[in-house]
Design a binder for this molecule. Sequence first.
Ligand code: TNX
Length: 526
Amino acid sequence: MNLFTKRIALLLSILVLIACNKETKIPVLSFGKTDLTAESIIPKPLETESTNQGFSLDKHTTISISEKTDDLIGLVGFLSEKIKSKTNLDISLADPEIFQKGTIIYIEKTNDLELKGEEAYELNINQDSLILSSSHASGLFRGLQTVRQIIPEKSNDTITTYKTWPIPTGKIKDKPQFEYRGFMLDVSRHFFSVEDVKKHIDLLAYYKYNYLHLHLSDDQGWRIEIKSWPLLTKVGGSTEVGGGSSGFYTQEDYVDIVNYAAKHHITIIPEIDMPGHTNAASVSYPKLNGNGKTPELYTGTRVGMSTLDTRKDEVYTFIDDVVKEISAITPGPYFHIGGDESHVTKKVDYNYFVEKVEKIVQQHGKQMIGWDEIATANISSSSISQFWRSKENVLLAVEKNMKIILSPAKKAYLDMKYDKESKYGLTWAGEIPVDTAYIWTPENYEEIPTKNILGIEAPLWSETITNLNELQYLAFPRAIGYAELGWSKRENRDWEDYKKRLANQTAFLNRMNVKYYPSSQIKWQK
Ligand code: TNX
């Protein structure tokens, strides 16, 4: 190219640029009357107001952010991926230099919100902009789940020449009532792979869970690599309920889960159950054993027959190593020591043990959680009691000014059968149909003062389930209800209203290939 043609080319490109700049906004599309308050959002937001118009999500929509930090860029990636999988639209981060002619999703970090708290968020949806605001990435992440839930399943193909997904306009102000909304998965009785756990995390995130408690050891299996005690997984992780070979997480696997959960603003809580539920540990290292029998691998489902030797120094060296190695790869604040059903540990030995282990956990920088029995020991108010069965124990914890996680078996145990038709599950705490799981008030349970309640957790013990489909059968739909109990205020919860919103989850659950229990209490939408 000579100088003259170069000049012409330059001039032409400037002309093209000017022409582009003259490009105007696409006029807002007008949809029929919408109603944001009628959307099937779960958990139900704190406050919702409708303005009855539509924001068009379509091929011209772009996303903008208030700051170019890794946090926010990560959120944009998450949202684009989810929009793509629901609508097949490619929506990405807008270049601020370039004029945006379509609707805009704006994700903003700001301290100017009326609602306080890291998980609080606001959504302002207008015809041409959808603005999501929070003071923290976790609030933005929770808000994005709401956005995902209000994108229509089907596009509107009649309003213009291209497909549009009209989102109802209005305003949502939202925050959780409890800071702790947990799910527990027992990977000991039956092992679940890293891939399965990740798939489960995807679902928990959609319903705004923020903790995943992994029950990593029990009589039947030790499931996490401890480098200084290698036989734990080699021997103790070799089988499971019903026999056959099983598995365990290497520390790398565990870190992979922790990081995947963190991307979904979910914190992992590791549990090593002790001094009971320790047969797998004692088979691996018989010197730990305290029940006087020769330990052998166990593939049955009885409980309460094993114990560590609570009066042996080596046992505490062992626990120190285990807590140290796991704590080092656990960014969250908690370490769960189990502590349940130690039927063959003398009461005095049990209390002595829990007091010593509490110190070990604290030395490794973690806060101790234990099942409700731990409150019989002389422990600090910073430790947390998880209520599963004994009101007496939980009131002891309240006396000690401890915080309580509510998992009452007769209401919140996901391993209980739904009803007579249930294929999997146990019945010792009763049958828990979908309505029973939902209709109770954690904010006012037994005589526990509300101020002591950290939140709720739904445990899924795995004696009767062996794979992801079976896990999902027991977990869904009940886990969706527990998400709402943890997040939404009592005055916003109503079974009749919830039932309809739950029925509308089918499209999502089917898209995610979730094998939920199709309870006849719900009129599932086809
Ligand atoms: C009781 S709940 C247990 C578990 C069993 C579960 C079965 C608790 C702290 N201990 O070891 O798996 O019942 O429902």
